[in-house]
Design a protein around this ligand. Structure first.
Ligand SMILES: [Zn+2]
Length: 167
């Protein structure tokens, strides 16, 4: 499915952040955001989360599909803004986010876009300085989202981007 605009996908599921590279928000008792896009997109989230959740602090989970800069770049920003949110990713991704060379790669890939979209960032700190994973996600694991809803982790093969990138 290719979605070219933001907003409601169906009741309880929304594409938020940037239309080109959105995060997917599942509202409900324990809301979860899948992925977060690039570093410069971080400042887009608070207003949209407030709009969908009333209180941004209701966002209980932030799960990452993989460790690439265009999916996890804005995650540290979200963590700084929503301290009680639990960030989840695979053990491989958790390890990647602690590696100095991976952090440097993410920063280097993010920088040109941070410069291009400086107006969006304003005075916010969007720096990617590594990411601490609170919840290691293993294939088959089920996470209770409340009100009878469950999220199940499915492990899939990764992809490389670019060729020197960590998985
Ligand atoms: Zn990727």
């Amino acid at each position: 499915m290719i979605i070219e605009s933001k907003g409601r996908i169906q009741d309880g599921i929304y594409a938020i952040g940037a239309a080109e590279l959105p995060g997917y928000l599942f509202t409900g008792q324990y809301p979860v955001l899948l992925d977060a896009g690039m570093t410069f997109m971080g400042p887009l989230y608070p207003a949209e989360l407030k709009n969908r959740l009333e209180d941004v602090n209701r966002l209980k989970y932030h799960f990452l599909t993989h460790s690439h800069f265009d999916h996890a770049g804005a995650s540290p920003f979200l963590k700084r803004h929503i301290p009680n949110m639990q960030t989840g990713a695979s053990s491989a991704a958790a390890e990647t986010f602690r590696k100095p060379n991976a952090i440097e790669l993410i920063r280097n890939l993010s920088r040109p876009l941070e410069e291009k979209y400086g107006d969006l960032i304003g005075n916010e700190d969007v720096t990617f300085g590594g990411l601490e994973i609170d919840l290691v996600l293993d294939g088959g694991m089920k996470i209770d989202l409340g009100a009878g809803r469950t999220c199940m982790v499915v492990t899939t093969p990764g992809h490389r981007f670019p060729s020197t990138s960590p998985r």
